[in-house]
Design a protein around this ligand. Structure first.
Ligand code: NAD
Length: 321
């Protein structure tokens, strides 16, 4: 089996490679060639850790495996490690033999950023100029970098509960040669595309904060109870997601569904737009929302891309099984 340790991922993976891997697997999911397995997530009763498995099989890309990992809230303070820890295990789909272990921490950020970038590529207006960021935590800078590559953005605006943290996003915008402005939520009406990436449990972005024609990638809500966007806004928008079953149960749409404002039938897999079996955005005034819940197949897709690059460049270590 091959081993690709966490420390090698940054030198191996590019945003483009992550984008391509995620776009392809979304297409395979919508076409019925790839499916995610039920997610296991358990409290360990040790270190207050949450641990689990996200697996799946992509019969188009021939990728089988799982991501094992979770959240250890005391890692940063006690061990100088990041709190999210994960590893991806890939298996030979022909034999079931273990094929590779790939470090999953950086890959998680890259695949999550790739998902919203794919949604912007396929759903934002072509003339989108202003990108709005809500949230300025660990994931936000990855999100911003990937999004800026999808349109000729001219300005970035941002809101965070603690505005001091927005300095990091201003730096990232500056690296791309773009001005950055910290705004109140009302200021988001200027945005043509918005990414929400917080761990909020109450709506932040209201229906009145969004202009017609905006695309919103809701990326923070990946758990029952979390919420970033007012349910009424989903009722007014055309809805897309990575996986409908997750969107209605633990994604941003869970609240609009519970309120009876939308149903599973109102939500389209983004892969259908990629496969051109759904038209995606149909007008310049339409609000589109991508509910990015995060699926195991995304992790497997980027891990497989990293593995192929690691083998090709001699970075992967082979061990006997
Ligand atoms: P982080 O802890 O580094 O940052 C959290 C962010 O949320 C900060 O900007 C913080 O100010 C904001 N926030 C927290 N509580 C808030 C509240 N009540 N109101 C307003 N803002 C609040 O976290 P991160 O690693 O950047 O992750 C952000 C979110 O994205 C988390 O919810 C995480 O679970 C989720 N996530 C989703 C995916 C996916 O595939 N969809 C993948 C990774 C992470």
């Amino acid at each position: 089996m091959w081993i690709v340790p966490e420390g090698e991922i940054a030198g191996l993976m590019t945003r483009e490679a992550a984008f391509d891997a995620v776009e392809q697997v979304f297409a395979a999911m919508a076409g019925g060639a790839a499916c995610n397995f039920p997610v296991v997530r358990e409290a360990l009763g040790h270190e207050e850790a949450l641990y689990g498995f996200k697996g799946g099989f992509d019969g188009a890309g021939m990728v089988l495996g799982l991501k094992a990992g979770g959240y250890w809230p005391h890692n940063a303070a006690r061990r100088g490690l990041i709190n999210h820890q994960s590893s991806v295990f890939l298996f030979d789909p022909d034999s079931g033999q273990v094929k590779a272990m790939v470090g999953g921490n950086l890959l998680t950020a890259l695949r999550t950023a790739a998902a919203s970038a794919v949604s912007i590529r396929h759903l934002a207006r072509d003339d989108a100029k202003v990108l709005g960021m809500i949230g300025a935590g660990h994931q936000a800078a990855f999100q911003l970098r990937a999004a800026l590559e999808q349109r000729d953005f001219e300005k970035v605006i941002g809101w965070n509960r603690n505005p001091g943290k927005l300095a990091r996003l201003a730096e990232v915008a500056g690296e791309a040669g773009l001005p950055f402005e910290a705004v109140e939520l009302e200021g988001m009406v200027e945005a043509d595309a918005i990414i929400t990436i917080t761990s909020s449990f109450a709506p932040i972005l209201g229906a009145g904060h969004v202009s017609p024609g905006t695309h919103i990638a809701c990326m923070g809500t990946d758990t029952v109870g979390k919420q970033e966007v007012e349910a009424e806004l989903l009722a007014r928008a055309t809805l897309f997601t990575d996986e409908v079953a997750q969107s209605v149960t633990l994604g941003e749409a869970q609240h609009a569904v519970a309120a009876g404002l939308v149903g599973a039938g109102d939500i389209t897999p983004l892969g259908a737009v990629i496969n051109a079996t759904h038209p995606g955005r149909t007008g310049a005034e339409e609000i589109t929302i991508f509910d990015g819940t995060g699926v195991g197949l995304q992790d497997l897709a980027v891990a497989d891309a990293a593995l192929q690059r690691a083998i090709a460049t001699g970075i992967a270590t082979k061990v006997k099984i």
